[in-house]
Design a protein around this ligand. Sequence first.
Ligand SMILES: Cc1cc2nc3c(=O)[nH]c(=O)nc-3n(C[C@H](O)[C@H](O)[C@H](O)COP(=O)(O)OP(=O)(O)OC[C@H]3O[C@@H](n4cnc5c(N)ncnc54)[C@H](O)[C@@H]3O)c2cc1C
Length: 473
Amino acid sequence: MTEKMLRFVSCSQHPPEKRPASERRHDGREIYEGFSLERAEEQASRCSQCGIPFCAVHCPLENVIPEWLRLAASGRLEEAYELSSSTNSFPEICGRICPQDRLCEGNCVIHKGFRSVTIGAVERFITETAFAEGWVKPALPHHDRGQSIGIVGSGPAGLACAERLRAKGYEVHVYERQNKPGGLLMYGIPSFKLDKEVVERRWRLLEEQGIMFHLGQAIGSKDGELSLETLRSRHDAVFLATGVYRSRQVKVPGVGMDGVVDALDYLKESHSPSEELNAKGRHVVVIGGGDTAMDCMRTAIRQGAEKVTCAYRRDRDNMPGSRQEVANAEEEGAYFQWLAAPEAFIGEDHVHAVRLKEMRLGAADEQGRRMVEPSGGHNTLRADMVICALGFEPEDLPGQWHEPELAVTPWGTLKVPTGGYETSLSGVFAGGDIVRGASLVVWAIRDGRDAAAAIHTHLSHKTTPSQPVQENA
Ligand SMILES: Cc1cc2nc3c(=O)[nH]c(=O)nc-3n(C[C@H](O)[C@H](O)[C@H](O)COP(=O)(O)OP(=O)(O)OC[C@H]3O[C@@H](n4cnc5c(N)ncnc54)[C@H](O)[C@@H]3O)c2cc1C
């Protein structure tokens, strides 16, 4: 190895600066500062350009990470951007919210003791520089194909699919039940992890590209909704990217009581909360140990909660949430009650406490995660607000949409062939969380891009144009 390839020995890891917890507790701004040019070049130069780049192997988008790190290290930022955006539709988003510690950075093989290359922060720097320099352009089609696609849902899967298909010359219509696009990027992930202006900036680019958004337009069978059948007759192909939104229920007495709320209802309204969903001055207990639970706790802290405690049935080592997010939450003042499962929510009309049963760890399950069982002890936590964050399941699409032929798996996710994207309905494709179950943004982007390729192949043989889409539909 040349001296240049061993830069990680002489130059240590410098993650991006984190704003002090005392400051960030009081605002919704992103907690990490961006890199300076010098720092980005220095950190990118720590990549050893190893023979088998496990960072890329473990990236769902197969980003050619060492290549763009090498370009960034030598100041060739425009080329670095071209390369990083050739495999990723939204690198500015992945750079901020991918769990890099479990994906690329977690698989960086520079020697033990020399901490990984800060890939996510460099990716963010490259893309932000590209935006600032005007290098990010809408991918305009060379010609129009005279065929149209209807996309249901504007989360990362729907948007990535739309972007790819529009670039190929299809007329693309995105139907979204919310008033803004982005899915969980806009209405789930808090702004201290992902500034909403970053999502809106991407939305503007997609509009410039010619993608048509039908916002506030749900697909379904109720009044005011458009049926899937209508969409199929309007468009040459349809892509379903509706995500998973049914909250897993806590099954204990007191669940329906005032003050016991679902994580997504809480997060969605967190910028201008109603009285019921405002944690200000309250004792908040969050049930669950995943990243959504961390997001809820950290949001409650920013709203001015008196005390925020997470109750989780396993211990710190066996929780699903990222270590980084737990550390951030603790720095900001969150408390954790490990090995504690809810037994009852206590109150008259409004919750005032949570009774917890103490748990102990048992044998490991097939995935190596320790199972838990009650240890016999109990304790009670004061709670004027309880936020349930146990994860999400798919809604019953065939039932709600009156489409019994739309096949689902035993878990309610849409059924597609292994490695494929077409559902049981001809010309109807699907991807993202509605196929995988609750997953990650980077996987949704991958599905959107691959489904676009599958739709393109499917339509390459079909030439009849679909019916024109009516305005305001
Ligand atoms: C609180 C929270 C925090 C998260 N944090 C992270 C993180 O930090 N990093 C990460 O990688 N992942 C994170 N995730 C997971 C990630 O957000 C999802 O995996 C990803 O957004 C899935 O993308 P998608 O496009 O499949 O669905 P979604 O993003 O859920 O988008 C689906 C869209 O479809 C729309 N829709 C649904 N039904 C209809 C209908 N009938 N008609 C019209 N529109 C409809 C919805 O309104 C929504 O806009 C988080 C998830 C949550 C809940």
